[in-house]
Design a binder for this molecule. Structure first.
Ligand SMILES: [Fe+2]
Length: 258
C-alpha cells in the first residue's frame, strides 16, 4: 500500500500557536509505525503570505520524507517559491507532480493572486494534460488542490470555492486512472464525490469552520478549540482509495488496552 498524509491550512502567522500545532502533527507522522510515503500540504500554508511566515513553515514542516505544498488563497506565490521551495520568486502557478510506487500525485495551484476564490489557469490545465500524458498507463492518479470544486454547505467556504469546476470534472471523467481528488480550504474533514470519484477535504491544523447548520452569514466564526487534525489516505494494491481522518491531541496520547 501507499500512505499519503494530508496536512492542510496550517496558517503560519508568526504566532507560536499554529507552529506548535503543525509541529505536533509532524511529530505524530514521524512516530507512526508505518510512516507515510509522502506528505501533501493543501494550501494556506501561511496566514498572509509573508516571507517570515514561510520561514516558520519551512522549519515546522521539515521531514525526512517528501513534503509537497501548494498555495491557498492566503498564500503569495513569490514568497512561497523563494522561502519555502528555495526557488526564484516567480508568480506563475505552483504545480507539482510526484510519483511514489504506482501512484502519481498531481498537485494543482488553484490560488488567484489578490482573490479568495479559486480558479485553475489555462497554464495549469496545459501542465495537467501534459503531466497526465507522461503518467504511466497503469498508475493510479490522485489530484490535489486547495479550493474544493463542489459546494460543501459551508457558507464561508462556498462563497470562495473553485470557479469553473466543470472543466476539472471533464478531465477526471475522461481519465480512469484518477482515483480521487484531495482539497483543503474547508477547515473541516469532509467527503463528497466529484466527477463520480471521491473528493476528500483534509481538515486544518489551525481551526475548524462550521457548516450552514452551525453558521449563518455574515457570521465569521472559526472554532479554535479543537485539536489539529489531518487526513491519511491509503492507496491499496488494487488502487482503491481509503481515507482515515485523525485528530492529533496537543496533550499527547492516553493509551488504553483494547
Ligand atoms: Fe485556510
Amino acid at each position: 500500500m501507499i500512505l499519503v498524509a494530508q496536512v492542510s491550512d496550517t496558517h503560519f502567522d508568526l504566532g507560536t500557536r499554529n507552529v506548535e500545532r503543525a509541529q505536533r502533527v509532524m511529530a505524530y507522522l514521524a512516530d507512526l509505525r508505518r510512516r507515510p510515503d509522502v506528505i501533501v500540504v493543501t494550501g494556506d500554508i501561511t496566514d498572509s503570505g509573508k516571507p517570515e511566515q514561510y520561514a516558520e513553515a519551512r522549519s515546522a514542516l521539515q521531514a525526512d520524507l517528501p513534503v509537497l505544498a501548494i498555495p491557498g488563497n492566503h498564500d503569495e506565490r513569490a514568497a512561497f517559491r523563494e522561502v519555502l521551495l528555495g526557488a526564484p520568486p516567480l508568480t506563475d502557478p505552483v504545480n507539482h507532480a510526484h510519483r511514489v510506487g504506482s501512484l502519481t500525485l498531481i498537485l494543482l495551484d488553484s490560488s488567484v493572486p489578490g482573490q479568495s476564490g479559486g480558479r485553475l489557469t489555462e497554464e495549469t490545465y496545459d501542465w495537467l494534460h501534459a503531466t497526465l500524458a507522461e503518467t504511466p498507463a497503469d498508475d493510479a492518479v490522485l489530484l490535489a488542490l486547495h479550493h474544493p470544486p463542489v459546494f460543501l454547505h459551508s457558507p464561508i467556504v462556498d462563497s470562495i470555492a473553485l470557479a469553473g469546476p466543470e472543466r476539472l470534472a471533464a478531465v477526471i471523467a475522461g481519465d480512469e486512472r484518477i482515483i480521487g481528488t484531495l482539497a483543503g480550504h474547508a477547515h473541516t474533514a469532509a467527503v463528497a464525490t466529484f466527477a463520480g470519484r471521491p473528493l476528500l477535504m483534509g481538515p486544518s491544523t489551525a481551526s475548524v469552520l462550521g457548516g450552514e447548520w452551525e453558521l449563518a452569514p455574515p457570521e465569521r466564526v472559526m472554532d479554535y478549540a479543537p485539536d489539529p487534525a489531518i487526513a491519511l489516505h491509503v492507496v491499496d494494491d488494487q488502487h482503491r482509495l481509503i481515507t482515515h481522518f485523525r485528530t492529533v491531541p496537543m496533550g499527547g496520547w492516553i493509551g488504553t488496552p483494547f
